[in-house]
Design a protein around this ligand. Structure first.
Ligand code: SF4
Ligand code: SF4
Length: 374
């Protein structure tokens, strides 16, 4: 009987081949082994399967330190550019793990997709509200008493159900994407200690601090700007999430419907969070534009800037909404803000937002692999 021939394998992408070549050279050199988690993780391998490279790519946070330190970086004939090679593979892995797969191509044109989603979201909310709402409510000055205010423009049930449906879809797509990553790249065994370590590293952005002097945010000089700005953006986001959660408890459990006074907990949390997002995202956008392009992946630029811009606009319109809530501009400001929030929920699983999830999974695998095994 003739032996069965193995199933044909899909050809490897250029990004996978470049990342493997870089890791093989680095594994022989090891000059950068103290720079970040990627190098100690790499040293546990002699060969690099596609899933291992994907894990290493998601463990890298693009500090670019290895590019400026590398004696084999361009113009050397080896042309080693670990930061760029791993960034390109990271971008490719986002599409590979995405669910549903039919939408994985969204990562390739992320800037365009985000722009279309933003304008589509705003247009849809504005149009529907104009069609369904009386102009006295849409363009009037509304009382800011409990259950009134913006609920007189978009009814509470419509606002809540639309947000819940979009959020539930985003959560489902993110969860399936993470499961895909985990099945391919997650560790075989995980302890609570590994998760705790990964949480600590993620919450403190440990590897963006370098060895205390920071990273190569813009060029060969070290700074902590990217780490601090990322903290402002991420914790700002968590403050806004806390504001929404407190509002939901007030309304659903305590029977205190919005709008809330300026000095209330949900509004204060939202203002602090919004300010953090504005400073963090604007600063990160500026850093991105000012940074040396050589160690960056051009394919990631749209995804990076698209998400930052969307979060920045959501925070700005959220604070504007607060300032305009006792004026006749409330209706238009509300529709623009909610349109942007809707587009954020819908594009969340197909945007740079997924990097936090996969990097967290990679940090867990790193902690599990570095733990001494009996
Ligand atoms: S990036 Fe360059 S210097 Fe650093 S380990 Fe790799 S080959 Fe060596
Ligand atoms: S870019 Fe930074 S995080 Fe990525 S491999 Fe190089 S040193 Fe490590």
């Amino acid at each position: 009987m003739m032996p069965e021939s193995p199933a044909p394998q899909a050809p490897e992408s250029q990004a996978t081949q470049d990342a493997r070549r870089a890791m093989e050279v680095c594994n022989a050199c090891r000059y950068c082994e103290g720079f970040c988690a990627v190098f100690p993780a790499m040293e546990l391998h002699r060969d690099f399967a596609k899933a291992d490279l994907s894990y290493l790519a998601n463990l890298c946070h693009g500090c670019k330190g290895c590019y400026y330190a590398c004696q084999y970086a361009p113009p050397h004939e080896f042309g080693i550019n670990v930061a760029k090679s791993l960034a390109e593979l990271r971008q490719e892995s986002y599409g590979h793990y995405a669910w549903p797969q039919a939408l994985s191509g969204a990562f390739e044109r992320n800037g365009l997709i985000t722009a279309l989603a933003m304008s589509g979201g705003i247009a849809a909310v504005l149009l529907l509200t104009l069609l369904l709402q009386q102009s006295a409510n849409m363009f009037g000055v509304l009382p800011m008493t409990p259950g009134a205010g913006f609920y007189l423009i978009i009814p509470k049930a419509v606002m809540t159900l639309t947000a819940l449906a979009a959020f539930a879809f985003a959560l489902l797509a993110l969860a399936v994407g993470f499961r895909n990553f985990w099945k391919e790249s997650g560790p075989a065994k995980v302890s609570f200690g590994d998760i705790h370590q990964a949480l600590k590293d993620a919450a403190s952005l440990r590897y963006l601090g370098g060895a205390g002097h920071g990273c190569n945010d813009k060029d060969g000089a070290f700074s902590n700007q990217r780490r601090y700005l990322h903290h402002l953006m991420a914790y700002g986001f968590l403050f806004c999430f806390a504001a929404t959660s407190v509002g939901a408890v007030y309304d659903l459990l305590l029977g205190w419907p919005a709008p809330y006074p300026l000095a209330s907990l949900p509004v204060l949390l939202g203002m602090i969070g919004g300010a953090g997002i504005i400073v963090g995202c604007a600063g990160l956008l500026w850093l991105k534009m000012a940074a040396d392009r050589d160690p960056q992946a051009p394919s990631l630029l749209g995804a990076d800037t698209g998400l930052l811009l969307l979060l920045l606009l959501i925070a700005i319109t959220g604070l504007l909404l607060l300032g305009l809530r006792s004026t006749s501009a409330l209706g238009v400001a509300l529709c623009i803000h909610l349109g942007l929030v809707l587009s954020f929920f819908l594009t969340m699983p197909y945007s740079k937002f997924v990097h936090g999830l996969y990097r967290f999974g990679a940090l867990i695998r790193y902690a599990a692999n570095q733990r001494p095994h009996q």
